[in-house]
Design a protein around this ligand. Sequence first.
Ligand SMILES: [Zn+2]
Ligand SMILES: [Zn+2]
Length: 181
Amino acid sequence: MREAKRRKRDIVTKDYWDRFHCGCTHQCDNRCLNRSMACECDSDNCNQPDECHNRPFARMMAQNIGSRVELMATERCGTGLQATMPFRTGQFIIEYTGRIVEGRTITEQLNAGKGQYLLRLSNNKAIDGSMDGSIARYTNHSCEPNCEMVKWNVKSVEHIILVASRDIDPSEELTCDYGHM
Ligand SMILES: [Zn+2]
Ligand SMILES: [Zn+2]
């Protein structure tokens, strides 16, 4: 029984590997297939653990949120989010989490004026940061932002991440352009 289970898991893993491994033979850099498809490398789709530069989500998750960001009071925009450490261009800062809402619920939330914390994953699916969301929802809008919200695939699940679009100093407010998503 246990043997059968293990075999089944091996088949699933092998199938996933065949379909999704990036095939890099030296290192995963800008030419990595996973990276070009906005997909995180891990042990199931990449065989360059020591030379892989495409694991920014895992790198982010290895540090607790408090050492990366905290809430701040802004002059004009109420509560905002600020960096508590320096970030380099392209570095993942915090995941935008919340409840997944679909179809009509999106329209209902928008009609009820509760669309402020909705971020679209696709035409029919969005993350509502007002429900069980991370403090990423306090990221204010700016027309000259230092971050962007990026869709990133981890083990076949889409995530939205706040990513530095330039180098950022500690205590800078983090902003993104919600009009350009
Ligand atoms: Zn690769
Ligand atoms: Zn890789």
